[in-house]
Design a protein around this ligand. Structure first.
Ligand SMILES: NC(=O)c1ccc[n+]([C@@H]2O[C@H](COP(=O)([O-])OP(=O)(O)OC[C@H]3O[C@@H](n4cnc5c(N)ncnc54)[C@H](OP(=O)(O)O)[C@@H]3O)[C@@H](O)[C@H]2O)c1
Length: 318
């Protein structure tokens, strides 16, 4: 069975979890030419397929023999439940499957769950001083980002990234549907790159009056004295719109404001073998005087991505 079969299963799983109103205690996924998802019940045995179990509720009375505890609070991912999965498949599922369960966390927290991703240099830069950031990451990183877009229900950027990069923010390198595109913006910006690729209008969030842009839905939220909208309000708004997960793709000001307001749940940093020596820092946060005041992670791992690697860290906020 190819990774493509497993990817199809993950897309089905993502949709099933997002759509269910059941309290999910455990879940079996049967991966094969066709995939099945069984919520809170035992699977129909099929020797041609690879069975994976995910235990969401630790009190669920389910026997298992091989477990990888992973991101997302106490969710246990039981890979290789019955049949021998090869290492590439285990790595693939361990990387992407946990994100399919994030809607459950979103319902618990009554806000969208936020994952952020950057491709940065060794010295922590995501763009040159002129704003150039193409292409810091390698091809595998691009595929990763498109997989994440397909697993998330929305993707969010700040207005400078829109104006510098003219991204389309769609899923093109893998199979999957496009997330709802969201831009934080209160100044005149060029939305032309977002005009095609999805029937859903771009969601623009700002603090000013409705700029009445073509093919957009505008939501005005209250701002602080610097014109910044509270990121918790943004996550609540997305949740109310049925957008349970958001992939925050930068830039620095946007991600930093989410991070500073404890509104990032998972951070993914792709590290490129480059040194800029100048340019735009990945994060700009209020100054700290002690190392003990630095942002820390509940859990983290480093994962090879092509010829380099990615840091993935989980943060827990109540
Ligand atoms: N290497 C990478 O992975 C990567 C990824 C993305 C971007 N980039 C690069 O990053 C650069 C842009 O980053 P940047 O830091 O200059 O800008 P940015 O984060 O893209 O955009 C900042 C703008 O977004 C809006 N915004 C952000 N947070 C907000 C909040 N809490 N409330 C209200 N509005 C908010 C504001 O728009 P208004 O001013 O309109 O109010 C703000 O000025 C580009 O060069 C891009 O190429 C690199």
């Amino acid at each position: 069975m190819s990774l493509e079969n497993y990817w199809q299963g993950l897309l089905l799983l993502k949709q099933t979890i997002a759509d269910t109103s059941e309290a999910v205690r455990f879940c079996f996924i049967n991966f094969g030419d066709t995939c099945e998802v069984y919520l809170n019940r035992l699977p129909v045995p099929d020797p041609q397929k690879s069975l994976v179990l995910v235990i969401v509720d630790q009190d669920a009375d389910i026997q298992h023999h091989k477990a990888t505890s992973f991101l997302l609070d106490n969710t246990v991912l039981v890979l290789d439940y019955e049949y021998q999965l090869d290492e590439e498949v285990i790595d693939f599922l361990a990387t992407y499957m946990p994100y399919c369960f994030l809607p459950l966390q979103a319902r618990k927290r009554q806000r969208a769950v936020a994952i952020t991703h950057f491709a940065q240099s060794l010295d922590g830069k995501i763009a040159t001083s002129q704003g150039d950031s193409k292409w810091i990451g390698n091809d595998d990183n691009l595929i990763h980002a498109h997989r994440m877009r397909a697993l998330c229900s929305s993707i969010l950027i700040g207005s400078h990234t829109l104006n510098y990069d003219h991204p389309s923010l769609t899923v093109r390198l893998v199979e999957g549907s496009n997330p709802r595109r969201v831009v934080l913006c209160s100044t005149e910006s060029d939305f032309s790159s977002l005009q095609s690729g999805s029937d859903n209008p771009v969601l623009v969030i700002g603090s000013g009056d409705d700029p009445c842009l073509k093919n957009t839905e505008y939501v005005q939220l209250a701002a602080d004295k610097d014109g910044k909208v509270a990121c918790t309000d943004i996550l609540k708004l997305l949740f109310e719109k049925g957008l349970y997960t958001v992939y925050v793709e930068g830039g620095s000001a946007t991600t930093s404001s989410f991070l500073a307001q404890k509104s990032i749940d998972v951070l993914q940093l792709h590290i490129a073998p480059l040194i800029f020596g100048s340019g735009l820092d990945s994060f700009t946060l209020p100054e700290i005087s002690s190392v003990s005041d630095a942002v820390e992670f509940d859990r983290f791992y480093f994962k090879p991505v092509g010829d380099t690697f990615m840091f993935v860290g989980e943060m827990h906020h109540d």
